[in-house]
Design a protein around this ligand. Sequence first.
Ligand code: SF4
Length: 229
Amino acid sequence: MNIPGLHRELETMNMSRHTFLLNMYGAMFDAMGPSEWWPGQSAFEICLGAILTQNTSWGNVEKAIWNLRARDLLQPGELFALPEDKLAELIRPAGYFRVKARRVKSFVHFLRREVGFDIGSLAEQDMDALRGKLLQVKGIGPETADSMLLYALDKPSFVVDAYTARICHRHGLVPSDIGYDELREFFMDVLPPDIYLFNEFHALFVRVGKKWCKKRNGLCADCPLFSFF
Ligand code: SF4
C-alpha cells in the first residue's frame, strides 16, 4: 500500500514494515503483558459495549451494562422489545444516552432483520460483506464495526483509533492526517490475518496511548516504544 506523505521508508532501513510492527508489538507485550480484551460475557454484550463506549470511558459503560444485566436485558430480543426511552434511562451512565439508545435500537433491529437475533450466525458471513452491512446501521462507524467483527465475532479486522494514529505518526510510519480506512489498511496489508495478534495489538496501542503517548506530549523516556524512533 502506498500512503502519500509516508515519512519513513522502512524498507530502506533494511527492516520491513512487517518486522518493525511485530517488534513494536513484542516490546509493548513484553512491557505490559496480555490485555485480555474485550470484556464481555457474550458476543452481544461485546457489541453493545462497542456502541456504548463511543465518547466515554469504559467505567461508564460498565455501569450502563450493569443496569441492563440486573434486569436480565442483555439479549437482543429483550432490548428490541424495550421502549427506547426506558433503554435510554438505563444506559444514562454511558453518556449521550438518547443517541446511544437510538443506536442500540438500530443495531438490534439489524440483528432481527439479518439473523433473527442469532448473533452467533453473523460470524458465518464473509467479513467484508458483513462489515459493509454493519456500516449501513445508523450509529455504527468503522471503529465500532471493526471492534464488533474482531472482538465479538472473531473476524480478523484490525481496529484502529486516535491512539493508533498518534503513535504511528510519532514514529514516522504514517502522516498525521491519515484516515481511518487507510490506517487500517496499513496494518492489514502488512500483518498476517491473525485474530489474537489483531486483538492484542489494538489493545496494546490503547494502553500505550493512555499511559505514555498523551495527546499533548509523549512520556517517551519511560515508554516501551522509546527505542523505535
Ligand atoms: S510516548 Fe513516545 S515512545 Fe511512546 S509511543 Fe508515544 S512517541 Fe512513541
